[in-house]
Design a protein. Structure first.
Length: 152
């Protein structure tokens, strides 16, 4: 099972550098935290009382949940790269992102032992950026696709 990646899609780092607005830049920086494993950067991207409308099972909601997710990706994967397949800024600071993450599963992550396998997973996030930080997030990841890749 594989996902075709749009090679013209920009990486999270490219999106941060080229974003036309603060909301687009902050929304893209979220993915850069995962790509670099920068757990400390969470405080620069998210407000302390972040509302996570879809917390991952086993993770705390809010900013603590974001720290957990970034640490799991940092500890469980190498060569992590997010590419933004679609990004659109909406009214009132809302930004929609459709993304693809590629990586190699080299460590334990989300309760799954390292498989050494390459993974590719898509997701869609809707975030609200206010005063330069993400205040709310809705996120959906293709977790079944991910699980099938590491267990196959």
């Amino acid at each position: 099972m594989s996902t075709t990646i749009d090679s013209t899609a920009k990486t999270s780092a490219e999106m941060v550098r080229s974003a036309a607005t603060t909301a687009l830049r902050v929304a893209s920086r979220n993915y850069l935290l995962y790509d670099t494993g920068d757990v400390a950067g969470v405080d620069e991207v998210f407000v302390a009382d972040l509302i996570d409308h879809n917390p991952v099972a086993g993770a705390a909601s809010g900013i603590a949940g974001m720290r957990y997710l970034i640490a799991e990706v940092r500890d469980g994967f190498t060569d992590t790269e997010h590419r933004i397949l679609f990004q659109q800024e909406l009214a009132e600071g809302w930004v929609v992102n459709h993304w693809n993450m590629t990586a190699t599963h080299t460590g334990e992550a989300f309760g799954l032992a390292a498989s050494g396998k390459p993974v590719s997973m898509n997701g869609t996030d809707i975030v609200r950026v206010v005063d330069g930080k993400i205040t709310e997030i809705y996120h959906v990841e293709e977790l079944l696709q991910f699980t099938l890749q590491v267990r196959a």
